[in-house]
Each structure stands twice: as C-alpha cells, then as structure tokens.
Design a protein around this ligand. Structure first.
Ligand code: UT7
Length: 329
C-alpha cells in the first residue's frame, strides 16, 4: 500500500477583522473576558457577497500554485464544511467548476470541527488505496453566517476562513500518514448544534423568529468533553505507536479554546514551543483551523520536513480524533 503525504498547503482568510473591542460594542462582553476564557483577540469575517466556496477556491489556488500543478491534474476534491453555499449542489461541485478541475469527483464532508481531520484521513486513504494520485482536501467555513451576533456566549468564538491540503503518494515510506484514531459519539448532539433548517425542523417564520438557524452551544458541556477527549485521543494514538508526547515535533489541535489546547499539551508533556496556537488571530474557523495552524507552523519554522506531527480535533456531534503524520516537505 503506498503511503500518503501532504505535499502542499494553501490558506485564505477574508481581510475584514472583528476584534474583541468591536464585540464590546455589540454585546455585553469585554476584551479581558474573551482573552482569558478563550485566547481569542480577533477573527476574520467574510464580506456579505463572499460564500464558503469563494474562500475554498482561493485556498485551493494557493495550494495548487505551491505544488506547481493545474486543477485539471486533481483526481478528487473534498470540501469539509458546516456552512456550504447551499445544501445541494455540494460545495465540492461549485469549487470543481470554478477551479476547472476537469477530472475530479468529490463531495462535502460534514463533521463540524473535526471535518478537516476526517477529510485528511479520507484523502489519505483514497491515495493509499492506489486509486488516486492527487486529492485536494479543503476546509472552509463562513461561520459568521450562522452566528447570532446578539448572543455573547457564541459570537465571540467564531471566525471565517479556508485552507487546502494536497495529498499525494509518498516516494519515501517514512513520510505521510502513520496512524489515525477517529470516534463519534452522538449522545453529545444536543450540546452544539444548529437546530433548524434541516428535515427535522424545516425553515419557517417560527424557526427564524426563535433564532434556530444559528449556532446553539452548551459551552461547558462541550468544554468538558473536549478537554477529556482531545487528550485521550492523542494519548491512545501515541501509545499504540509506542510513542509519547516527547517523541512528537509538533502538536496541531483544532483551535476552539486556548485552554483546551493547553490542557491537552500539558497532559501529553509537550512544551509550548511544540504546540501551535493561533486562535488569537483567527478564532474558531471550524473546518479551517487545522490548515491555518499548519501554515503558521510551517511559516514560523516550527514544522519541518521529517517532523512527527499530531493533529487532533473535537467538535459537534460529538466528533473527535487524532492522526499522526511525518511531515514531508
Ligand atoms: O469548536 C467546537 C467545539 N467548541 C468548543 O470546544 C467550545 C467549548 N467551550 C468553551 O470554550 C467555553 O465553554 C466558552 C468559551 C464557550 C465559555 O467559557 P466558560 O468558561 O465555560 O464560561 P461559562 O459558559 O461557564 O460562563 C461563565 C460566565 C457566565 O456568567 P455567570 O452565569 O457566571 O454570571 C456567562 O453568562 O461568563 C458569562 N459569559 C460571558 N461574559 C462575558 C458568557 N459569555 C460571555 C462573554 N462575555 N462573551
């Protein structure tokens, strides 16, 4: 079975910034509260005419240019998102058309904040099956479209953005995906959801009036699950590969709350220089946090060729997991 490596990476965030000080003017909150409880300073917000596929296309173009290939060289295209342009056609189809990716097939993958982690795994397995040579996995979310900016418990958390990773066979058997551990637990479904708009509760005047098309979260329930699960997934994954946090060069977690990431890192025994935290600049971009954090890790020289990297995420569903890779470029 060929190994699957990440061979290129592209990201996009919209230019407009929403700072904690802006939010102070919108809801009853403070810069101090947001910083202390979440680690967030600012987030990027898409312009009204920008949708998820627009940001996905921008990120994809950067990844393709970095690798020096055309969209028509791709075999498959996955778009990980909870904020598709519309239910159907899939955002993957919209992105395929805009990119001119003539020979791909593809689909949207919905697993909330674990979407990109799962997408990386699916992309890698398409390559490892020997049936695909170039799979583009995009994580893109326009969270600002499903956030109630009068609800201080959620509106301070999220931002918009996109990232894309190209996954290809690795000529070097040591590089690429080593192992993964994914898990879903639907008993946590009520803790974080957008209640209306689907077949259970279709859109109506009533659902709009009750603000049921926005993110609703029991923050503490999600926090408790995330703190436990993020660590457990990493620990178990490392243990079954006879490793511990000390063997890992870089820990890249979903960026939902600085405290969750720090608790995970501390329990794994990983020093701050090996832990990528960029939630201060982007907030929680849902499907885009892992590629955005990877880009910053590479740019800052904290993730280099040959390093072992653990990716971890927890999100609505609940969805959770971790994967272990050796970085290939
Ligand atoms: O990515 C998907 C997964 N999502 C997550 O992982 C998020 C997990 N949860 C969290 O990160 C945290 O639970 C939050 C950041 C959402 C909230 O932090 P917390 O420390 O759990 O605060 P809390 O919900 O327990 O609220 C504490 C207090 C409450 O006031 P009282 O009842 O103690 O008087 C809230 O009403 O803080 C209040 N509060 C705020 N105060 C100022 C809640 N939101 C705000 C706010 N500004 N924005």
């Amino acid at each position: 079975m060929p190994k699957a490596k990440i061979s290129a990476l592209g990201c996009y965030v919209p230019p407009r910034l929403l700072t904690n000080f802006d939010l102070e003017k919108m809801v009853d909150t403070s810069n101090e509260w947001i910083l202390e409880r979440t680690g967030i300073v600012e987030r990027h917000i898409a312009a009204p005419d920008v949708a998820t596929s627009d940001m996905a296309v921008e990120a994809a173009r950067v990844a393709l240019a970095q690798r020096g290939i055309e969209a028509s060289d791709l075999d498959a295209l996955l778009v990980c998102t909870v904020t598709p342009d519309m239910y159907f056609p899939s955002t993957a189809c919209l992105v395929q058309h805009r990119l001119g990716a003539k020979k791909v097939w593809g689909f949207d993958l919905i697993a909330a904040c674990s979407s990109f982690l799962y997408g990386m795994g699916v992309g890698a397995h398409l390559v490892m099956a020997g049936t695909h040579k170039k799979v583009l996995v995009i994580g893109a979310d326009t969270m600002s479209r499903i956030i109630d900016y009068t609800d201080r418990s959620t509106c301070i958390l999220f931002g918009d953005g996109a990232g894309a990773m190209l996954i290809e066979p690795s000529e070097d058997d040591n590089n690429g995906l080593i192992d993964f551990l994914y898990e879903i637990d639907g008993s946590g479904g009520d803790a974080l959801k957008m209640p209306a708009g689907g077949s259970r509760m279709p859109p109506s005047h009533d659902t709009v009036e009750k603000k049921l098309h926005y993110v609703h979260q029991d923050g503490q329930a999600v926090f408790k699950y995330a703190v436990r699960k993020m660590y457990e997934a990493c620990r178990e994954l490392l243990a079954r590969n006879n490793m511990s946090g000390k063997d890992i060069g870089c820990l890249i977690c979903h960026q939902a709350n600085r405290r969750i990431i720090q608790a995970t890192a501390d329990r794994l025994g990983m020093p701050p220089e090996k832990v990528i935290i960029n939630i201060d600049r982007y907030g929680n971009t849902t499907s885009a946090t892992l590629p955005l954090a990877t880009r910053d890790a590479v740019t800052e020289g904290r993730l280099k060729k040959g390093d072992l990297v653990v990716y971890a995420a927890v999100g609505a569903g609940f969805t959770a997991g971790a994967s272990l890779w050796r970085w290939a470029y």
